[in-house]
Ligand binder design. Structure first.
Ligand code: ADP
Length: 381
């Protein structure tokens, strides 16, 4: 009998201190969701702990009760006791099941309450209030990741829609100007065109020029839109040959400029050849456009350095001011707005070239000194 005392004390300590403390910690974690485990792992741990706690308590209770019964009692009274124990156990099992269902229900509701809040917020987000976001979750589980991903996705959607709406308003604005000019000349022709051959000639020329401008803007806009989800046709080719093709096309145009080409012949790249040539052509077109013909020199070169290939197009033309430099790749940006429109510039050439080179995983940069000249560099990795 003397050896029973310390064991009972140990069991009491276990029941009074360890199990309740473990249970409270488990429940705290369940409701605060502060522990960095997944929801499924947490739920499993918590329910196993609770179930283990109840089961251990019950087993300890039965063992000590049987111990007490066996000391100094008759067989009949022990049989009656066992029958009572069976009935009590049955009732307790039913009670545990009901309790388990209630606690489980409350716990699951608490676990999914943040998901319900998320659904409510998502339901309230539409095109009118796209800047609304899910409230941050203080746990580090799947709910945190889900909130983070949904908010990130909303950021991307909002940015894309904003870009699209800016694109549409910029494009409409750009097309409105040539349309107004055409309308103006049409009115002029209607009134005086039949009687004044000079007005007739000027009107027809201007309408044709503005129609050309519009056509080019629309073509460039279509290309820009296409580049948004463009899949490249990659081939392996000699870079110097492709760039030389672009340069040679100018030799038959009768331009007064001197266009030089120099290039390492052993550089091979694997990318979309026609898109690359298109970008190089844009840079040469610009060099020609913004460099006065007499004494105009344009140098195009191809070289390799480390793990990348470089194409440079330099001119000794009008150059670009420091204020304009950071904006020249922006859509519809022209340094000289008035003269730009007259000379048929759209402000889209460099935007398209930059888009193309970035799709290829490369970079396009510019350096320029006003009044001295400009150098564009394409780097392909
Ligand atoms: P566009 O030439 O049709 O206006 P771009 O996007 O190609 O459109 O160029 C944007 C602006 O950058 C041009 O309007 C011009 O002012 C400036 N620019 C581009 N290339 C040069 C260059 N080589 N020299 C001077 N200015 C340039």
């Amino acid at each position: 009998m003397e050896t029973e005392k310390p064991r009972k004390l140990w069991l009491k300590v276990l029941m009074v201190v360890f199990f309740p403390v473990t249970g409270i910690v488990a429940l705290y974690n369940l409701f605060s969701r502060k522990v960095n485990l997944g929801i499924t792992v947490k739920t499993t741990i918590i329910f196993t702990l609770l179930f283990g706690l109840v089961l251990t308590g019950y087993v300890i209770f039965i063992i000590s009760s049987i111990e007490r019964q066996l000391t100094g009692n008759t067989i009949e009274s022990t049989a009656r006791y066992l029958m009572r124990l069976k009935i009590t156990s049955l009732i307790l099992v039913v009670l545990f099941i009901v309790l388990g269902a209630v606690v489980g229900g409350i716990a699951s509701t608490a676990m999914i309450s943040p998901i319900r809040k998320m659904i409510e917020t998502i339901d309230s987000i539409d095109a009118e209030n796209l800047d609304k976001r899910l409230a941050p979750v203080d746990s580090r589980d799947e709910l945190y990741e889900l909130t983070d991903r949904i908010n990130g996705m909303l950021d991307d959607i909002q940015l894309t829609l904003e870009r699209q709406s800016n694109f549409v308003s910029d494009a409409s604005h750009e097309l409105k100007t040539p349309l107004s000019v055409i309308q103006g000349y049409a009115g002029l022709l209607k009134r005086w065109g039949k009687d004044d051959p000079e007005i007739l000639a000027e009107g027809i020329d201007s309408i044709a020029r503005e129609a050309d401008n519009m056509k080019r803007i629309v073509q460039q806009l279509l290309l820009l839109a296409k580049l948004g989800n463009y899949s490249m046709t990659k081939t392996r080719f000699k870079l110097s040959e492709a760039v030389r093709e672009a340069v040679d096309a100018y030799s038959v145009t009768g331009l007064p400029h001197k266009i030089n080409f120099s290039g390492q012949t052993d550089i091979f790249v694997e990318t979309d050849k026609s898109l690359l040539v298109e970008s190089v052509r844009t840079l040469i077109d610009n060099a020609v456009k913004y460099t006065p013909g007499e004494n105009g020199i344009i140098d195009v070169s191809v070289s390799a350095s480390g793990d990348h290939a470089e194409i440079t197009v330099s001119d000794n033309g009008i150059g670009i001011s420091e204020e304009d430099l950071p904006r020249i790749f922006d859509r519809f940006y022209r340094c000289d707005k008035a003269r730009g429109r007259e000379s048929g510039s759209s402000g889209l050439g460099l935007t398209i070239a930059k888009n193309i080179i970035e799709i290829m995983g490369g970079q396009i940069t510019v350096s320029s000194v006003k009044g001295q000249g400009t150098t564009f560099k394409i780097v392909l990795y």
